[in-house]
Design a protein. Structure first.
Length: 519
C-alpha cells in the first residue's frame, strides 16, 4: 500500500500489519453493500474524490518495471530517456478519471531522498502544462511509517526500517514530521496547486499505530500536530486541514479536539473491508481500494470485475463523505492500482481477467469518473493511445512495445498538449473504448488528425452499429493538426457506450477523440 522502501528489511508479515492500520481499534462497520449496478450519481459540490500516487521507485518513472506475480500492470511502458513523460501520462489518466486531487505518497526528504516531496515538481509541471491547474490539485499524504519512523531510524544508524519506535515525546524528532516533509512539500507545491478544504491545504496522516511504529503518543501527538500548525502558519501563512488515522485518537485522546484534528480516517482492513466511512467533527471521511493483493494471499480483496470498487465508492462518496481517498493510483506492488492496465503481454498475447484484475484497461479510471463531480461531462476527451482495444493492423506496425504492448504504432506527437499519437495507420485498423460516459443530448465526436492525403475515410461504430463513412481532411502534412467533427453519434440520456473508430483507408495520424455537445 504505502511504498515504505525498506530495502528488503521488512518481512511480509510486517507489510500485512502496515496495510490494515486499524489493528488497535474496534472493527469497522459499514453500510449495506449496493447491488451490482453502476452508479450514475455525481459527487456533491462540497464532496471531494482523490487518489494516492506513489513515485519512489525509479523503475516506475523510467522503467523497465518488473511485476513478479502482480495483476494490474501498467499499460504504459515508461521511457527510460524521458521519466517526465510518465508524470504527464499519469496526469492525463487522472484528468480522464475526473478526480479532484492527487496525494503524492510522501516518505520524507532526509536522509533517504527516494520519496522526497521535492521530487514531485514534474507532476506539478505536467498538471500546469495540460491546463489542469484549477481542476487537479495536490494534497499531502504522509506515509509516516516511512517519513517519521524509517527516516529517523536510518539517521540514527539503525537502517531504513522499524528497528525502534519513533518517540513522539522527543521534540527533536518533530523535524521529520515538518521540516523534512511538510515544509518541503509546501515549498514545492505552489498555492495555486494545493488542494484545500475551506481554504486550508490538506494533510492526511496514515497511521498512529503504537504496535509497530510510534511510542509515547499520549499527550504528545497533539503537541506535535500543534507544532505543525504553528510552523505552517509562520512559514506559509495558513492553518492546514489535518486528517488523522483513527488510532491517533485512541493512543492520544487529546487529539479528540477540532483544534488538533479536522477529520478522522479509518483506512481499510483486508481481507474484511475494502472501504471505510468515518464520522467525526461533523464530517465524514472515506477511504476505498479497488483490489488488494491477489488470490492465495491472506489479505486478498477480490476486485470482482470492478464491483469491489463500485461498492467502496457507493459506501463513501455516495454515502456523503466530505472527502474520499482511494488507495492507490500507481500501487502495482500491492495490486491496488487504478491506472490503465496492460491487456497484452510483451509477446503480443492477450492477457485474461485472471491475469490483470481488470475487464479492460480503463475500467478503474471509468469507475472513478462515475463517482466524480462530472460523471457525464459534456466535453470528454480520450487519448488515442489509451484506447481499451485495437486491431486491424498487419505485423510490423511501428515500434515494438513503445508506449504499450501490441501491434499498434505510437510515437511522440508534434501536436500541442498531447504527448503521444497513433500513426502508420493501416486500412481497416480500428481503436475502441468501452463504457464511455455519453451525456444527455445528441453529442458529436471530434477527432484530432494530421494527414497529407486526400480521400482518407473513416467511420464510427457505436455499440457495434456502424455510422456512415466520412472523409478526413487533408491538413497538408503529417505534423499539421486539425480538429475534425465526424458528426452526431446519436441521441442519448446519460449512459455508457462502446465507441469504435475504424480507419477504412488508413494513412492518418491521430492524437485524440472527444465528445462535444451537438449544435
Amino acid at each position: 500500500m504505502k511504498k515504505l522502501l525498506l530495502l528488503g528489511q521488512v518481512a511480509i508479515a510486517m507489510l500485512l500489519v502496515s496495510c490494515s492500520k486499524n489493528q488497535e481499534n474496534e472493527p469497522l462497520t459499514h453500510g449495506a453493500i449496493k447491488d451490482n449496478q453502476f452508479s450514475a450519481k455525481s459527487a456533491g459540490p462540497n464532496q471531494y474524490l482523490g487518489v494516492t500516487c506513489g513515485f519512489q521507485y525509479s523503475s516506475q518513472l523510467s522503467g523497465p518495471v518488473t511485476y513478479p506475480t502482480h495483476q494490474n500492470i501498467s499499460l504504459y511502458n515508461p521511457d527510460p530517456n524521458n521519466p517526465n513523460a510518465t508524470w504527464d501520462e499519469w496526469v492525463a489518466q487522472l484528468a480522464q478519471a475526473g478526480v479532484d486531487f492527487v496525494c503524492p505518497n510522501l516518505t520524507g526528504s532526509q536522509p533517504n531522498t527516494n520519496g522526497s516531496p521535492a521530487k514531485i515538481a514534474p507532476l506539478i509541471a505536467a498538471i500546469n502544462a495540460r491546463g489542469l491547474t484549477s481542476q487537479l490539485k495536490l494534497a499531502a499524504f504522509d506515509d509516516n511509517a516511512a517519513s517519521w519512523v524509517a527516516q529517523w531510524n536510518m539517521a540514527n544508524g539503525r537502517g531504513y526500517g522499524y528497528a525502534q519506535k519513533f518517540d513522539m515525546a522527543d521534540q527533536n524528532n518533530w523535524k521529520y514530521i515538518y521540516d523534512y516533509n511538510y515544509k518541503v512539500f509546501f515549498q514545492t507545491v505552489p498555492d495555486a496547486n494545493r488542494f484545500k478544504i475551506n481554504g486550508r491545504p490538506v494533510i492526511i496522516i496514515w497511521t498512529g499505530n503504537t504496535v509497530t511504529f510510534l511510542t509515547n503518543m499520549n499527550g504528545n501527538a497533539s503537541q506535535a500536530l500543534t507544532y505543525v500548525r504553528q510552523k505552517c502558519q509562520a512559514d506559509f501563512g495558513f492553518n492546514p486541514y489535518i486528517i488523522l488515522s483513527q488510532d491517533f485518537f485512541t493512543n492520544d485522546p487529546t487529539c479528540n479536539n477540532p483544534g488538533i484534528a479536522d477529520g478522522k480516517e479509518s483506512w481499510f482492513t483486508p481481507p474484511v473491508n475494502s472501504y471505510s466511512l468515518t464520522a467525526w467533527n461533523n464530517t465524514s471521511i472515506g477511504v476505498a481500494v479497488p483490489q488488494f493483493q491477489h488470490s492465495g494471499v491472506g489479505s486478498y480483496l477480490n476486485p470482482n470485475h470492478g464491483q469491489l470498487f463500485e461498492n467502496g465508492l457507493n459506501g463513501t462518496v455516495e454515502s456523503g463523505a466530505l472527502l474520499t481517498l482511494c488507495e492507490g493510483f500507481t500501487d502495482y506492488e500491492e495490486e491496488a492500482a487504478m491506472w490503465r492496465a496492460r491487456n497484452i503481454d510483451n509477446n503480443g498475447s492477450a492477457l485474461s481477467y485472471s491475469q490483470t484484475g481488470y475487464d479492460y484497461p480503463n475500467q478503474r479510471i471509468n469507475i472513478l469518473r462515475r463517482h466524480s463531480h462530472s460523471p457525464f461531462p459534456s466535453t470528454f476527451r480520450l487519448e488515442a493511445e489509451g484506447c481499451d482495444n485495437f486491431g486491424g493492423a498487419n505485423g510490423g506496425n511501428g515500434k515494438v512495445n513503445f508506449y504499450r504492448n501490441g501491434n499498434i504504432a505510437i510515437a511522440a506527437t508534434s501536436d500541442n498538449n498531447g504527448a503521444f499519437q497513433i500513426g502508420w495507420i493501416q486500412n481497416n485498423e480500428w481503436l475502441e473504448w468501452q463504457e464511455v460516459p455519453v451525456a444527455t443530448g445528441t453529442p458529436h465526436l471530434q477527432i484530432r488528425v494530421a494527414n497529407p492525403n486526400n480521400n482518407m475515410r473513416a467511420h464510427l461504430e457505436i455499440d457495434g452499429v456502424a455510422k456512415p463513412d466520412v472523409t478526413l481532411p487533408n491538413t497538408g502534412s503529417w505534423s499539421t493538426w486539425t480538429t475534425f467533427d465526424m458528426g452526431s453519434i446519436g441521441s442519448f440520456t446519460n449512459s455508457y457506450h462502446k465507441i469504435r473508430i475504424v480507419f477504412n483507408t488508413g494513412n492518418v495520424n491521430v492524437n485524440w477523440i472527444q465528445l462535444v455537445p451537438g449544435s
